[in-house]
Design a protein around this ligand. Structure first.
Ligand code: ZN
Length: 411
């Protein structure tokens, strides 16, 4: 093959191959390239200024996409320029996006592979170390983030996520309309959310936020009141039902300890069943639950209360919703279900934010879908010590919807 043919096969715009070397036993191809005649516009890598005078030349070796079974490296002749602003600098070449020894399209292939496979597998596929793959992936995502336009934030979701004993909680801010995470903060204090409002949004951006979907978590409410006083707080169904499920579980545990013998055996291991919604259970599961209920009326009552609370969001008029909630609370009387009474007190305390659901329609379940995606990434990836990497990864996932985790009702 002639050098002109290699130039066509390689296809680097503005560059020609002037030498090649094939190492057959090692399956390696090496190409030497330099600028085509007439391609003399140099760009300073410091400031982007166009220059024509060459200071000196040097060579760089980068790995490019493979050619059939041959691993391909390109040795590129590069120029240094003398920039009036930056001094002596290397020229900027589109095929070389970073200082790392890889071409742009090679990095893109690695980044793309990372979208559907764990880092370790991508590392094996490209014969790179996992840390190199992660670094390439991060650069790939940063380049993508730098070029795309970011939609305005009108409806925001705020949620917390438990990462484990070491890292504790993560605060996740998302855009409910686009379904993508916007920001991660360590811990879940008022100061955590304050930081987002203060450092990541302008006064104007804060003024256009109309609604926020949050858990009944006091520090978040305080931060919202301080930074976006006109934003409507909405406590969403999913979070409230999570509290209801927790209350049912508390009743179950109390009964488990109170009873002994056979009854205890039946209560045991029914946690998942009790957290499931009746309509989602098959016949066997329903029979198991009925067995449990026959033995323990208190657990049954708690379960039914949780089930009926979910119907609160069938109402679209504030008055009707309020009446339903009142009758729900009335049912608690004489039941001696302390966890449920605690839940009722909590609901009353947050009444306005619950009823706000009737005023502003927000897509329910987006926050959970965002969380589900993050959890899936964490399960698959391990090393996300870099929160910014995790955020970019989750944003890309939401934007491409390659693996969008659908909202599944847990309660
Ligand atoms: Zn410059």
């Amino acid at each position: 093959m002639k050098e002109t043919d290699w130039t066509k096969v390689l296809g680097w715009p503005g560059y020609r191959v002037y030498r090649h070397e094939i190492n057959e036993p090692a399956k390696m191809l090496k190409l030497w390239v330099r600028r085509k005649r007439g391609n003399r516009k140099l760009v300073c890598s410091g400031c982007g200024r166009k220059l024509s005078e060459v200071y000196d030349t040097y060579e760089r070796e980068v790995r490019d996409l493979p050619c059939f079974e041959f691993r391909t490296t390109v040795v590129i002749e590069l120029y240094r320029v003398r920039c009036p602003d930056c001094g002596v600098k290397t020229e900027k070449v589109p095929q070389l996006p970073s200082k790392a020894p890889f071409s742009k399209r090679f990095e893109e292939a690695v980044g793309l592979a990372c979208e559907s496979a764990p880092v370790r597998r991508v590392a094996r596929q490209f014969a790179l170390s996992p840390s190199t793959v992660r670094a390439i992936d991060l650069r790939y995502l940063k380049r993508w983030a730098a070029t795309r336009r970011k939609p305005a934030l009108g409806q925001m979701g705020i949620d917390e996520m438990y990462l484990g004993k070491k890292q504790k909680f993560l605060t996740v801010v998302s855009n409910l309309e686009t379904g993508e995470p916007l920001w991660f903060g360590r811990e879940r204090k008022k100061e955590t959310l304050d930081e987002f409002f203060e450092q990541h949004l302008s006064g104007f951006q804060r003024s256009v936020i109309r609604a926020a979907c949050v858990d009944m978590w006091e520090p978040f409410r305080q931060s919202l009141e301080q930074w976006v006083p006109n934003c409507q707080i909405i406590y969403d169904k999913f979070h409230i039902l999570q509290h209801a499920s927790a209350a049912v579980d508390e009743v179950r545990r109390a009964e488990f300890f109170r009873k002994g013998g056979r009854a205890r055996e039946i209560v045991k291991g029914k946690r998942w069943l009790l957290l499931s919604s009746w309509v989602h259970l098959d016949r066997t599961k329903k029979r198991q639950l009925n067995q449990l209920f026959a033995l323990n009326r208190r657990v049954m009552k708690a379960y039914l209360l949780k089930e009926s609370l979910a119907r609160l969001w069938d109402y679209t008029y504030e008055g009707a919703m309020l009446r339903y909630l009142q009758s729900w609370i009335d049912q608690l009387r004489w039941q001696r279900l302390a966890p449920m009474e605690k839940l009722a007190a909590m609901l009353l305390k947050h009444l306005e934010g619950i009823l706000n659901y009737c005023k502003t329609k927000i897509p329910m379940g987006v926050v959970e879908a965002v969380n589900g995606n993050i959890k899936a990434l964490l399960r698959r990836g391990r090393g996300y010590r870099d929160l910014n990497y995790l955020l970019l990864k989750a944003q890309r996932l939401a934007a491409t919807k390659t693996e969008f985790v659908a909202f599944q009702k847990a309660a």
